[in-house]
Design a binder for this molecule. Structure first.
Ligand SMILES: [Zn+2]
Ligand SMILES: [Zn+2]
Length: 128
């Protein structure tokens, strides 16, 4: 069981089973909403239990997805493709040790010009 929460604690949850890989998304929306790029892992909705969702706020970023964040402290928390049975979870809100590892970068064509990706991991132009 891995715990996650936003900075202020208004949103807190436990994840029974978590994907062990983390994907860094460099798309324009993730860059805006995270302040840099968004590192996401994934879990099935049924494996996520909220112990507090008092300040959980959803923003529909496109017809294809909504993003969950804390309405009080602003922490980026979730990415939910419309109708999907799983949620992307921002890796930074999880308490370690998580056992996860970053495995790839996506939407690198949209990345900022102020940093380089030099960790040797696969870099995908889009989602695949
Ligand atoms: Zn918060
Ligand atoms: Zn993105």
């Amino acid at each position: 069981m891995i715990k996650g929460r936003c900075e202020c604690g208004g949103v807190a949850f436990e994840v029974a089973r978590l994907r062990e890989t983390v994907t860094n998304c460099h798309c324009g929306q993730c860059r805006k909403m995270s302040g840099h790029y968004l590192a996401l892992t994934r879990a099935q909705a049924a494996d996520i239990t909220f112990t507090s969702d008092a300040t959980l706020t959803w923003y529909r970023s496109s017809p294809d997805a909504r993003r969950g964040f804390c309405g009080t402290c602003g922490s980026s928390l979730f990415f939910h493709p419309t109708g999907a049975p799983h949620y992307g979870i921002a890796a930074g809100c999880l308490e370690g040790p998580t056992g996860m590892a970053t495995t790839k970068h996506i939407f690198v064509a949209d990345k900022g010009d102020y940093y380089e990706i030099d960790d040797g991991l696969p870099q995908l132009e889009g989602y695949t």
